[in-house]
Design a protein around this ligand. Structure first.
Ligand code: FES
Length: 112
């Protein structure tokens, strides 16, 4: 039996194309529904903590409301970094989480 998964939401709370911010171990996590599949990454931008739950999900990409960094919710990878005038700071990928569903429940576990 798999251990360490925590129920954080139910499916009806996250429609296709939507996200929800949840908490796991004191961390903000963004759970996204991409075409009926659920993914979870850190909900705080790795640049300066912008709230990715304020973003509209476009396909599998969320955009930080602060300086426009884009992250792929299916991999946690940076799609494009922040843009502050001519300054384009490098940022790290988001923490990812393993997601599983059990009936109506969505459970996640930190990806080591
Ligand atoms: S805080 Fe997210 S791009 Fe700056």
């Amino acid at each position: 039996m798999e251990t360490g998964f925590v129920k954080v939401a139910i499916k009806s709370e996250i429609a296709v194309g939507k996200t929800k911010k949840v908490q796991l171990d004191g961390k903000h996590v963004l759970v996204a529904n991409v075409s009926g599949n659920y993914y979870a990454i850190g909900a705080r931008c790795t640049h300066k903590n912008g709230d990715l739950s304020m973003s509209v999900l476009e396909g599998n990409v969320v955009t930080c409301p602060n300086h426009g960094a884009k992250f792929d919710v299916t991999t946690g990878k940076v799609v494009s970094g922040p843009k502050i005038g001519f300054f384009h700071p490098k940022i790290t990928d988001e923490q990812t989480y393993i997601v599983k569903t059990e009936n109506e429940d969505i459970l996640i576990k930190r990806n080591p």
